[in-house]
Write a protein that binds this ligand. Structure first.
Ligand SMILES: [Zn+2]
Length: 357
């Protein structure tokens, strides 16, 4: 399209300003008509040059203002500059619009947005419970133990009866059992694994059995599911001295050689004698504090010599063999080892918690 420059228009000094305004309006109309049909950034560049470039009507006219009569200069100048701003603004808006379209097209074609910054790959981490179980397993494997496992859904027989806890036994009420049916339950302890293992194996027996156990309980120091490691040693001539050495060795390995270990008489249905094992409190060094309830000691596990009456369930001769058993609460060990005061933190799988270890 051939357009006159404003200079040409203004050559005839007699023309009215209104006529010049008409020329500007025509220029803007022509710009709008072309802008509507622009479909890509290349086309937009072309009309940018055409309407705001050095050879464009408006720029050429602005250059020619100098030769206009003095009284016309400001009026024409203002008209031209307003028109240029309008055109430039429209071009910027269209440019933004077209860039968005091209970006979306690119996304669709590539199926991946290469312009986004890379994302850090966050790898999972083992729960502290699993890592402490592994640590404890290694300690016992180092002493010659094997690992045995059993079902979490158990029969009443293996969970209670074969462990010297018949139906009317008062110790049952301490367990807050989840019953599936009258004879099927979620195991309340890992001890049933002992019976299952003894049924299939003859002494010497040297096993630990880690696993989840279940009880109906929920507060800062109880959760419906928790983790135990049960240990069993049976052979000819096993005595309480062997039990003490084994558990002292374990306590020193897991908590450090500087910790004192003591055995306190206790009661468990399937061991006789039974003991609870404490380590000296690491917070107060044994002087007594809030964590150890002023005693200077922290309970870590229960143990005892296997009650000979248990052997009748698995066909061992109590005159021939003897042994000891122990049960360790993993969460308790974690709490004492790392100073954690709410048991529920172990099961929430909050990475902010897990990543601290
Ligand atoms: Zn203390």
């Amino acid at each position: 399209m051939q357009r006159k420059s404003f200079h040409n228009v203004m050559n005839n000094k007699n023309k009215e300003i209104s006529e010049l305004e008409i020329e500007i309006k025509k220029e803007i109309d022509s710009f709008y008509n072309k802008l509507v049909s622009i479909k890509d950034l290349g086309g937009l560049e072309d009309i940018r040059t055409e309407y705001t470039g050095k050879k464009s009507f408006i720029i050429k006219s602005l250059k020619d203002i100098g030769s206009l009569p003095r009284d016309l200069k400001p009026v024409i100048g203002r008209e031209l500059n307003t028109a240029r701003s309008k055109i430039e603004l429209e071009i910027l808006k269209k440019e933004k619009f077209l860039k968005n379209i091209e970006y979306e097209k690119k996304l669709k074609n590539e199926g991946i947005d290469l312009s986004l910054p890379g994302r850090e790959v966050v790898t999972g981490k083992k729960n502290i419970i699993s890592r402490v179980i592994e640590e404890i397993e290694e300690i016992f494997i180092g002493m010659g133990f094997n690992i045995a496992e059993g079902p979490e859904v158990e029969t009443d027989y293996y969970n209670f009866e074969a462990l010297n806890t018949p139906r009317d036994h008062p110790a049952r009420s301490l367990h807050d059992t989840f019953f599936v049916s009258e004879n099927i339950l979620l195991r309340t302890q890992t001890s049933p694994v002992q019976i299952r293992y003894m049924e299939k194996n003859k002494p010497p027996i040297l096993i630990i059995s880690p696993g989840k156990v279940y009880r109906r309980d929920y507060d800062v120091s109880h959760t419906p599911m928790f983790t135990q490691i049960e240990g069993l040693v049976i052979d000819k001539g096993i005595n309480f001295g062997n039990l003490k050495w084994t558990l002292e060795t374990f306590s020193h390995e897991i908590f450090g050689k500087d910790r004192k270990v003591r055995f306190r008489p206790h009661y468990f249905p399937f061991t006789e004698p039974s003991a609870e094992v404490d380590v000296s409190c690491n917070i107060c060094g044994g002087k007594g504090c809030r964590v150890c309830s002023g005693s200077g000691w922290l309970e870590i596990l229960g143990a005892g010599m296997v009650d000979p009456s248990l052997y009748s369930f698995v066909g061992y001769d109590p005159e021939e063999v003897s042994g000891f058993a122990f049960g360790i609460g993993i969460e308790r060990i974690c709490m004492l080892k790392y100073g954690i005061d709410d048991l529920r933190l172990f099961f929430e799988n909050d990475l902010r918690f897990i990543n601290q270890f």
